[in-house]
Write a protein that binds this ligand. Sequence first.
Ligand SMILES: NCCC[C@H](NC(=O)CCC(=O)O)C(=O)O
Ligand SMILES: NC(=O)OP(=O)(O)O
Length: 320
Amino acid sequence: MKTFFNVEDIGNLDQALAEAKEIKQNRFGFQKLGKNKTLLMVFFNNSLRTRLSTQKAALNLGMNVIVLDVNAGAWKLETRRGVIMDGDKSEHLLEAIPVMGCYCDLIGVRSFAGLKDRDYDYAETIVNQFVQYSGKPVFAMETATVHPLQAFADLITIEEHKKSKRPKVVMSWAPHCRALPQAVPDSFAQWMNAADVDFVITQPKGYELDPKFVGNAKVEYDQKKALEGADFVYAKNWSCPGVTNPADYGKILNKDMNWTIDKQHMSWTNDGYFMHCLPVRRGLIVTDDVIESDHSLVIPEAANREISAEVVLKKLLESL
Ligand SMILES: NCCC[C@H](NC(=O)CCC(=O)O)C(=O)O
Ligand SMILES: NC(=O)OP(=O)(O)O
């Protein structure tokens, strides 16, 4: 595996899940693979889980790890080409990327959508420059449109908790006070479409995700109908993806608190589990009683981030 952005990159999904199970039982079994290899993690945005779990996974594999927080100590980076750099940006991304590539063997990049220019975000402009100019394998730690380490960890968690061969998984939009990217729901949809689950997306009108991620998923605008019989409820906010109206890209169109996942919402499910990638805003996305209940999987999901990252790093190391 030379890059990790989409579900296809991991190869056969059943095999990847089997590998995750094996690694979970023996996380230090491949220490030789990472010896004298360096992972560079580049963060343009905040992180708790991705930062810690990916670093832990690399250490499990015997790797060395360097972390760069671009906004805390590095030179401010210019990303546009053809500009006179007489502002506050001291260095161009086109020099910074190959320089970063000199010091490592693998690069993880976190660079969220700016939510201002849909074409710029959906072309994955920043991360593709890392792929093109770093000379090293690059993987997503949440980019403008994908967060595959999260989706893979979520799938592992569903596999561990499912009570039927083909569970019903419902991804529900929920309200939020800030405009959030679509990377988490995009990737979750992509991975659920590839997995052996009955997948439904529910959202208010105007929040339709990009068709390339929705694929053949069922879209149900009535949240109650969608949640009926659900085995897993995957809550997430996202801002307007601008599919039906490009001018609305990145906007908050709706803050309807009837979409907040509370006890009543969970009572419509098949004794379902609650899931969220975290960080989560209580009172907006989910109520305290639901996230604290014994049917909340938010901590096991976060724990499985170490496992998804280890499988991915192992595959990238094997291809060096
Ligand atoms: N990596 C997990 C989610 C990251 C991001 N959430 C956020 O920015 C939440 C910030 C806040 O609640 O203020 C998102 O939705 O893509
Ligand atoms: N779920 C997730 O990616 O969390 P962080 O943003 O804290 O890394």
